[in-house]
Design a protein. Structure first.
Lengths: 248, 245
């Protein structure tokens, strides 16, 4: 036993310099690691604080021109927005549903980036409309009967509480109808242009049966304001911009 | 003593052997279960692909010639319908014979989808040019009734894409004072004039004259806004007599 202790003591005393060396190397590595992480932190701080490339306040707003003054409906609001965007908003008011849904409202928002623009973005938000009904959305030549030329854009399907929204991506501000065999010209926001300008927005019942049921009027007649099979299977206009001057 | 040694070894080794056998059995069992489960899942997936009646119906239309033979009806899950068809060079054919475009139309549920999604991908087109995209009554001149739907601006390598959302497979033109009717192969008799073809035009006559090295080109109506006839000729067409959507 004594012999074993003395042997291990001897061994320990022989290996002591090696252990000390290992400890020193380890400590050195630890210090180096701490130093490098601290210097990395400093670099990050320099990148973030020294760049001065991030804005510190909101970009300026400006109200862009939209159409010829006096030639745009008074209900159209051109929002002050960041250059180069153009954002206009206007309401739709109840047409055939007015007596039963007098509080029905719709807000149309049209967004355009005129610099890099493949299409415009149209958002239609509705509230207090007949619940669980599908409505079609059309761009039209005229806001009231006989409506003239029309383009079927999309649908809005209301929820149980009469609210709903749809987003469409398509040409809006320069929408026009034309038969290329005889296109004609008409006045646009930008001046004279090819075809018949479509500068109004309206919503229609997509089904005559729905319209008769909702409006409690079995005498309602069909209209062409929906695509697909069945002639005149759509119902009457539900919402209109109600303007003589263009809204888009 | 020497007689008891092997017995002790056996006594110590037996439980170890048993544990190993037990583990081996469990492993084999688990592997076999996993294989059976995978096989069941695989059969389930194969046997329960929902039947898409829309896809079947529209494929039959292509087969019967009611839709153009260039239209692919993809094997999509209900309630979607996905169509793909190419556009080929028309006005740019001589200068850009390899120009091509692929149109993909995604139609969602008939009852719940407020619009359709159209993707137009182009390659090898004139670079850095804006083209307009129209839905049209006829693929070739005189094109008939038209609807301006979007633009597509190519990159420096002649590639580009545009994605837009609007009514597509039910698109039609009409004057509500006298809407008329037309025959839709999928829907039957419909109001208005159906727009069942697609084309791309130079949005600027000047661009077209420059790209095509032809100063005698005349303006067309195929772009919106002032002035009239400031667009160039048709660049790409579906080129079909039967509808493509």
């Amino acid at each position: 036993m004594l012999r074993y202790i003395s042997h291990s003591t001897r061994t320990y005393s022989r290996s002591r310099p090696v252990i000390a060396l290992v400890v020193i190397v380890l400590l050195g590595l630890l210090l180096a690691a701490c130093d490098s992480s601290s210097s990395q932190n400093t670099q990050t701080k320099q990148t973030t604080s020294g760049g001065n490339s991030f804005p510190t306040k909101a970009p300026p707003l400006r109200t862009p021109a939209f159409g010829t003054p006096g030639q745009v409906a008074p209900t159209v609001k051109v929002l002050a927005s960041v250059d180069p965007t153009l954002i206009v908003q206007f309401p739709l008011s109840p047409a055939s549903i007015k007596s039963l849904f007098p509080k029905a409202s719709a807000l149309v928002t049209v967004f355009q980036n005129p610099v890099a623009n493949d299409f415009d973005t149209v958002t239609v938000d509705v509230q207090d409309m007949p619940p669980n009904v599908k409505f079609t959305v059309f761009f039209t030549e005229l806001s009231a009967k006989p409506f003239g030329h029309a383009e079927y854009v999309g649908d809005v399907i209301t929820r149980g509480d009469g609210s709903g929204e749809s987003v469409f991506h398509l040409i809006t501000f320069v929408a026009f109808a034309a038969d290329n065999r005889n296109p004609g010209t008409s006045a646009d926001q930008s001046g004279n242009a090819s075809g018949i300008q479509l500068e109004h927005v309206g919503m229609w019942f997509d089904g005559l049966i729905n319209a008769r049921q909702v409006l409690h009027d079995p005498t309602q007649k069909g209209t062409p304001f929906d695509g697909g099979g069945g002639l005149l299977h759509a119902g009457p206009q539900a919402m209109t911009d109600g303007q003589t001057l263009p809204v888009i | 003593m020497s007689f008891l040694q092997p017995i002790r070894r056996i006594t110590l080794g037996a439980p170890l052997l048993l544990v190993m056998l037990l583990l081996l059995t469990m492993q084999v069992n688990a592997a076999s279960n996993a294989s059976i489960q995978a096989s069941i899942y695989s059969n389930h997936a194969v046997n329960h692909v929902p039947y898409n009646a829309k896809v079947h119906y529209v494929r039959q239309m292509v087969h019967d010639g009611h839709l153009a033979p260039t239209v692919h009806v993809l094997d999509s899950l209900p309630p979607t319908l996905i169509l793909q068809f190419p556009l080929v060079p028309s006005g740019i054919k001589a200068s850009f014979p390899n120009a091509k475009a692929l149109v993909t139309i995604v139609v969602g549920s008939h009852n719940d989808s407020p619009s359709h999604t159209v993707t137009v991908d182009v390659q090898n087109m004139p670079p850095n040019i804006t083209f307009t995209i129209f839905f049209i009554e006829l693929a070739n001149k005189p094109f008939g009734n038209v609807e301006y739907v979007a633009d597509l601006t190519t990159r420096g390598d002649g590639s580009g894409e545009s994605i837009f959302q609007l009514i597509t497979t039910l698109a039609f033109a009409m004057d509500a004072r006298n809407p008329g009717t037309s025959q839709d192969n999928a829907e039957g008799l419909t109001s208005g004039i159906n727009l069942e073809h697609m084309g791309m035009w130079f949005s600027s006559l000047q661009d077209a004259q420059k790209v095509l090295n032809n100063d005698s080109l005349t303006g067309t109506i195929f772009d919106g806004g002032n002035p009239p006839l400031h667009a160039g000729p048709q660049a790409m067409t579906d080129g079909q007599t039967a509808p493509v959507f």
